[in-house]
Design a protein around this ligand. Structure first.
Ligand code: GCU
Length: 601
């Protein structure tokens, strides 16, 4: 029981003090809601003229009041006569003139409500990149920093029955102290990039909950439920019909209730992604979820899923929409991307380099695909800035908060390819401890870097973060960024002095689909194919190799890839082209994973 109460305390969240921002609604799609997706009017505002006056002071009557001008008045904006854009969606791939745009775009959507008594109205955004301010009927609801995590506001007191409008200011400018910082190898897609929901909940509602399976104690399902109000003696029922489990609970003075029920569920695994209908009910609402039960642990250099050694047959995936490019956000996008991973023979995906949308996580769960989920603490972060740390920790919190009941997620990653320094070690060790404090049921990792000796072909891992992670993961680019002959590297000597499982979180090289030639010629499919064959031979020599996630499933847009005629602002390391064509190296991985599947049966 102690463990349960501890975990109940762990998911509390320190919210920045904004007028209406509230704790995230868990399992938002199961709530009574309408989607505000669709056509939104937009106004491009590169100098933030709709927010600041000409002395750079915030205006009280900015674009957010949506002023209606009579013919005698000077009003230099009008949403209703402005162009429209699809939400969810990035502006870069919807409006040609905004392809490279980094700045502010304002969005407006009208919506109607028939207000009910004793009901709260929560406006929920799956994500918006990067700095977002939200106004309803001209009143500021709050703001959010970060491009890949959800946020929501209680807008009840700002709306009326009948017509209302929401206006959103989204600014995707990069800043040195942001998370990520100014330099990254992916497109800085701006906009309201995920679903927008208007949810209805009772005054006192089930805000959050956690279900976990505990293999000790002969197997029990344990967890907790939290109301949005600190009210005691509220009746809550939890039920898992298929396990014939039902229990009536009473909340304590903090509005929370813990439970532990003896159970023998079928354990979720890639071969049998079993999910159970879970029903949570108070006297005012009923909430359904589909939850899987499993354990993930390490034993020395072994990775254990449900106590059985597993090899993670993975691939890295950016949240880039298949075929159309731009930010992916839908069930359909997730089905295509994860379908390609499955076709390769994957049982695991590394969702790089930021939390992906909830549809992808839930789709992975249904398809039996394990997930590495990561926050964008990427490359040269401002390690000494306390605001940068707070931002990273908030994004980490929200990633864990949203997906803590998603059994497919087995690894929380806190960083990617970060340069060694005392400040970086302090920042990341604090972040790793925080992640474990929020969720001690999953594994912690990060994509480290290795050092190599080009003369004696020794590859060494030395990272002070080794003691804070459960899995030693690193990116390596043999014979792509490294010099030397790829054949020579196949005989590499590995020196990884940590008794933990090893995942190679990135490897590979680029090629343009359909460009053929000698295997030593860069950007040919033959070069990428040979690169993969040699990489696999080299990595098979790693003691404790427990997983691979080649870089990357599909070619993706990047402002760092300017080679005209080959890259054209695409990173071409995909095993599939941006048009959906499988390159030769795709089949190298497919064959290797067939062998791995046999080996770990
Ligand atoms: C790095 C980085 C990726 C990047 C890749 C590349 O390892 O983690 O984000 O896209 O290398 O250079 O293609």
């Amino acid at each position: 029981m102690k463990k349960i109460f501890l975990s109940m305390l762990l998911f509390g969240m320190a919210l920045p003090v904004f007028s209406q921002e509230i704790a995230l609604l868990s399992n938002v799609y199961a709530r009574e809601h309408v989607l505000l997706n669709g056509k939104w009017n937009y106004i491009v505002d590169p100098l933030e003229n709709g927010y600041y006056d000409y002395r750079m002071q915030p205006q009280t009557d900015g674009f957010f009041i949506n002023k209606k001008a009579d013919p005698t008045e000077l009003v230099e904006y009008n949403f209703d006569t402005s162009p429209i854009m699809n939400v969810p969606g990035d502006w870069n791939t919807q409006v040609e003139s905004l392809f490279f745009y980094e700045g502010t775009v304002w969005f407006k959507k009208d919506f109607t409500v028939e207000k009910k008594s004793a009901t709260r109205y929560i406006l929920y955004f799956g994500a918006a990149n990067y700095d977002t301010k939200v106004y309803v009927n001209g009143q500021k609801m709050g703001e959010h920093i970060g491009g890949y995590t959800p946020f929501n506001f209680d807008i009840t007191d700002a709306i009326k029955s009948g017509n209302n409008f929401v206006i959103v200011k989204v600014d995707n400018k990069r800043h040195r102290d942001n998370v990520p910082t100014v330099n990254m190898d992916w497109w800085n897609y701006g906009g309201i990039t995920r679903d927008v929901l208007l949810c209805e909940v009772p005054e006192t509602y089930i805000e959050d909950y956690f279900f976990q399976w505990n293999k000790e104690k002969q197997g029990s399902v344990y967890g907790w439920i939290k109301l949005n109000q600190p009210v005691a003696n509220q009746d809550i029922t939890i039920e898992i019909p298929e396990l014939k489990l039902k229990q009536n609970l009473k909340t304590d003075a903090s509005g929370q209730a813990a439970f532990e029920l003896k159970a023998k569920p079928q354990l979720w695994c890639p071969e049998n992604p079993k999910l159970y209908d879970v029903i949570l009910a108070s006297n005012k609402e009923k909430l359904n979820d589909q939850i899987g039960f499993r354990t993930i642990q390490t034993d020395g250099k072994k990775l254990l899923l449900n106590g059985k050694q597993i090899f993670l047959r993975g691939i890295c995936i950016h949240e880039e929409a298949p075929f159309r490019s731009g930010r992916a956000w839908s069930d359909e996008d997730a089905a295509v991307l994860l379908g390609w991973a499955k076709e390769m023979g994957c049982n695991y995906v590394r969702l790089a380099h930021y939390p992906h949308n909830e549809h992808t996580i839930r789709m992975a769960e249904k398809m039996g695909i394990l997930v590495w989920s990561e926050i964008p603490v990427y490359w040269t972060i401002s390690w000494s800035n306390p605001d940068t740390y707070a931002n990273a920790e908030h994004q980490l919190h929200d990633m864990i908060y949203r997906d803590k009941n998603r059994c497919a997620v087995v690894i929380w990653s806190i960083a990617n390819e970060t340069p060694h320094s005392a400040e970086r070690d302090l920042f990341l060790s604090k972040l790793a401890k925080y992640a474990r404090s929020q969720d001690d049921t999953r594994l912690i990792s990060m994509a480290m870097e290795i050092t190599r000796n080009d003369n004696d072909k020794t590859i060494s891992m030395k990272d002070n973060m080794n003691e804070y992670v459960d899995i030693i993961s690193f990116n390596q680019y043999m014979a792509w960024y490294w010099g030397g002959n790829m054949q020579d590297w196949t005989r590499a000597t590995w020196n990884i002095p940590y008794n933990k499982p090893v995942i190679v979180s990135e490897f590979g090289g680029g090629c343009l689909y359909g460009f053929h030639g000698d295997k030593t010629t860069r950007f040919t499919e033959e070069n990428q194919e040979a690169l993969f064959q040699c990489n696999l031979e080299m990595m098979e020599r790693i003691d404790g190799l427990s997983g691979l996630s080649p870089w990357v499933l599909v070619d993706f847009r990047s402002p760092r890839r300017q080679l005209f005629g080959i890259q054209d602002f695409f990173n071409r390391k995909g095993l599939i082209s941006d048009s959906g064509n499988k390159k030769k190296a795709f089949f190298v991985m497919q064959q290797y994973y067939q062998q791995k599947t046999e080996q770990y049966k």
